[in-house]
Design a protein around this ligand. Structure first.
Ligand SMILES: *Cc1c(COP(=O)(O)O)cnc(C)c1O
Length: 388
């Protein structure tokens, strides 16, 4: 019996056809499919601009640069995320600090954010950018964070790597209703995939232009951005240091095809979560279903009891695996990583995140799960947890 993974991509005949068609076309890397994919994303999420790039990691990096994050600036995020959410600031030479999570939503806690901002103001260490995560696909309290951003003068990048297809009360995630830039990931385990890939959405034309330039070496062909008159049709100028963070047309073709199926995929994820929640409610703390809008449910994360130890949880994960059920843990608190400890972070700094880490476990959730697989996960998990 093969193990049911915690997540996996869904690729159908239309996706394959779209990539093969592009292989036969004139453009393999950035050609007509990239702007077509960008327009499709803008249209779907309701943003003015989309800049597609080679990964969400690249997207976070150029988003920080476009907001002028540099040496001596502070960037804040929460410890419960993938390391990329913090690394983007280090890439810019900036300093990282963390705000603990809310115990129930696993997202950056606006109350702790306010407390930390008040303190930072006195010490003249206010952040330039705050990066809230849409943990597991559910939106953080962005309107509260937005209010604080006006009061304390920081910018907001939403790390919505888990959350394309999610909705808030009045807008889709990616519309940047309460932020400057939103970042998506198209890694295969995420909601839609381009193999590797990511995107920034924004409503600000200057930020969009800057991110387009940073994606491609800092080069411009726009006369307005040049220091002298064009020498001719071949002419371009490098006006700042950028990167090769381009998405290929092959990937964009796959993305366009995947995006057409996103509504069904997210609806199916929500359906499976409802069924899991009903079955698991009496055994573990099940994920919150947002009362407003819709989660994209990239992950299904349960919380085990308070006394959980690594040994006990390892035993549970192994028993699940022996019975064909994959599991995983999202995430190890970033501040406890050896790389981040060099900046002075230590165990005990973010107690809610650390307690979350002891208790959390991600179970299989992906739209192409069969009824048989779902039932198998339910029965195996219930049995394994009762015997733990
Ligand atoms: C996956 C992920 C990233 C990085 O995405 P890539 O496309 O793999 O670079 C960043 N942040 C979060 C929260 C993620 O889950």
């Amino acid at each position: 019996m093969s193990t049911i993974p915690y997540g996996r991509q869904y690729i159908d005949a239309d996706d394959i056809e779209a990539v093969v068609e592009t292989l036969k076309s004139d453009f393999l890397t950035q050609g007509p499919k990239v702007p077509e994919f960008e327009a499709a994303i803008s249209n779907y999420v309701g943003s003015n601009f989309t800049v597609a790039v080679s990964s969400a990691t690249a997207a976070l990096h150029i988003a920080c640069l476009a907001l002028d994050v540099g040496p001596n600036d502070w960037v804040w995020t929460s410890p419960i995320s993938f390391v990329a959410s913090a690394n983007c600031a280090i890439y810019c030479g900036a300093k990282v600090d963390f705000v603990d999570i809310d115990a129930r939503s696993f997202n950056l806690c606006p109350i702790r954010l306010k407390e930390k901002l008040e303190k930072a103001k006195l010490e003249d260490k206010l952040p330039k950018v705050v990066i809230p995560i849409h943990m597991a696909g559910s939106a953080p309290d962005l309107s509260a964070i937005h209010e604080l951003s006006k009061e304390y003068g920081f910018k907001v990048i939403e790390d919505a790597s888990h959350a394309i297809g999610a909705k808030m009360q009045n807008s889709k995630v990616g519309a940047c209703e309460y932020s400057d830039i939103t970042v998506f990931s198209f890694h295969p385990v995420k909601i839609i995939t381009t193999g590797e890939g990511g995107a920034c959405t924004t409503n600000n034309k200057n930020l969009a232009n800057r991110m387009q330039r940073l994606r491609s070496h800092g080069i411009t062909r726009n006369q307005d951005e040049m220091t002298e008159a064009s020498h001719g049709p071949w002419y371009y100028q490098q006006v700042e240091l950028g990167f090769n963070y381009r998405l290929t047309d092959l990937q964009a073709a796959l993305g366009i095809s995947q995006l057409k199926k996103i509504e069904n995929a997210v609806a199916r994820r929500n359906q499976i979560v409802s069924r899991y929640n009903n079955e698991f409610e009496s055994h573990v703390v099940t994920p919150l279903i947002p009362s407003m809008g819709r989660s994209a449910f990239h992950l299904y994360i349960v919380q085990l009891d308070e006394e959980m130890t690594n040994t006990k949880k390892s035993k549970l994960a192994l028993t699940l695996r022996e019975n064909g059920v994959g599991s995983n843990l999202h995430y190890i608190p970033i501040h406890t990583q050896p790389y981040y400890r060099q900046f002075g972070f230590k165990l005990g700094d973010y107690p809610i995140s650390e307690s979350y880490y002891r208790r959390a476990l991600s179970l299989p959730l992906f739209p192409s799960m069969t009824e048989e697989q779902i039932t198998h996960v339910i029965q195996t998990f219930k049995k394994s947890i009762s015997e733990l």
